[in-house]
Each structure stands twice: as C-alpha cells, then as structure tokens.
Design a protein. Sequence first.
Length: 137
Amino acid sequence: MGSSFRASIWDMSSGKFHSKLRYTSPHTPNKSAESELRLMSANEVEEVTGQVPAEDFQALEEKVYRTIELYKAAKEARAASERDLKRLREQLEEREEENAAMRRELVQLRKERQDIRGRVEKMLGQMDDLAHEQAAS
C-alpha cells in the first residue's frame, strides 16, 4: 500500500515555509488526495518518509543521478563543440587568407604569361620579317 503526503519546505530565497512539496506513491490510487493532505512538522515528515517504499526513493535517486550525469556529458560535449568551432573558424580564416594570396599570385602569373606571350609573338614576328627579307634577297 502506497502513501501520499504533503510537507512544508523552507524557501531560502524568501525565508518562509511553503507547502509545495507533495509526494504521491505510484502504488496509491488517487482517491481524493486533497482531503488526506495536511501540513506536517519536520518530525512527521521523517515518520512518513520511513513509510514510503524505499524503491520509489531509490528509483528517484537513480533518475536524479542519471540526469546529473547527462547534464555533465552535455556540458562537456558543448565545451568540446565550442572548442572545435573555434578551431574550425581559425582554420577557415587561414584558408581564406591563403586563398586570397593564391588569387593575387594567379592574377600576377596570368599577367606575366600575357607579357611573355606578347614578347614571344614580337620575336616570332621579327624572325618572320628576317626570313622574308632573306628570301627576298
């Protein structure tokens, strides 16, 4: 047979007792729980706590510890992701700088190629003129 209770809790932020804590065992059908509830002193809460099945608290405790572990894992994963993001942004910036330098170099090489092509065409033209002059003579 399960149990249901309500207890007063000390709220440290306001410095007052609040009757917000309520535990209802899953083994208890919800039969007009409000009529059975009442405020209890700390001693009465301890007495009722002893009556609540230990496996319910153990299951709750396991869930709390699991939630804490999941939170820690998520926090570590987020920190790792933020480190990776920072590293990747730095790499991207480096690649963008390299890309800009390569583009400048490409423009310069194309200009040099065009200059060399012009000089070669000029030399070929002069050689062609010399060949025509020798053939004419």
